[in-house]
Design a binder for this molecule. Sequence first.
Ligand code: NAD
Length: 281
Amino acid sequence: MSDRIAVIGAGQMGNGIAHVCAVAGHDVVMIDVSQAALDKGKGTIEKNLDRQVKKGALDEAAKAATLSRITTTTTMDAIASAAFVIEAATENVELKHKIFADMDRVAPAGAILATNTSSISITEIAGRVKRPESVIGMHFMNPVPVMQLVEVIRGLVTSDDVTARTVALAKGVGKTPVEVNDYPGFVANRILMPMINEAVYCVMEGVGTPEAIDQVMKLGMNHPMGPLTLADFIGLDTCLAILEVMHKGLGDPKYRPCPLLRKYVAQGWLGKKSGRGFYTY
Ligand code: NAD
């Protein structure tokens, strides 16, 4: 089998994952339902590679070679030649089931079926496909080219071989994998999202302005960025979806999404990607 990687979804995460895989020498096909998302994703990769060239981390030849390794398409058929499929589409459980059904149908035997989901149960996704032992969580952090961590999440029946190959891929693209177990939100978002949600409650209740709240956490806790700025970067729709999964999956009211977060998402204020969230971009 080739070492070709298919990345499904060309949004903020998908294009970042395609970027780091192609820099590391893999052929990558990026798949999205939207041609506009593919064009934007490829444009973002080019911009981020330029930034790496300016910093001296890459040279022009490496940039050109990286871009030549990335193709894009709107059809799932491209999965047929991939050894590794990484799903990074919108955080919605029904959508993930639909995409995994396609992955199960099209991917060659032995291929790894990974998901970059932030919170949805790996076992639940795996439970609907014919090869659940091949399904694994590979949770990259945003922005992918910069952040070191990949949370590797085993479902109930994920095989040792699939886990070992996923850990090896993460290391091969320059990341540090950390293995965790499959519970809603895993570790990163189980701890991060309650903090972001509490910061949104502080805005709603008038405890402080977004600027004041972010400054308290930056200056007082030494966080590199405040929780509301971070929420805008993650995407408020994604934050809401993660909180919903944790609330439903863990059943504890402490995970209930703040009504102000729901209101912003309903209005289309999704953070940086839509130009407006807690801040204006
Ligand atoms: P995004 O909104 O930027 O991109 C999602 C992309 O998925 C869009 O381009 C959309 O067109 C595409 N898509 C929708 N349906 C599709 C389908 N059927 N087939 C192919 N593509 C489809 O979202 P994102 O922030 O990149 O998040 C993607 C995934 O990564 C989610 O599961 C999210 O939870 C996870 N994640 C996000 C972050 C973050 O900080 N944003 C961090 C880690 C993981």
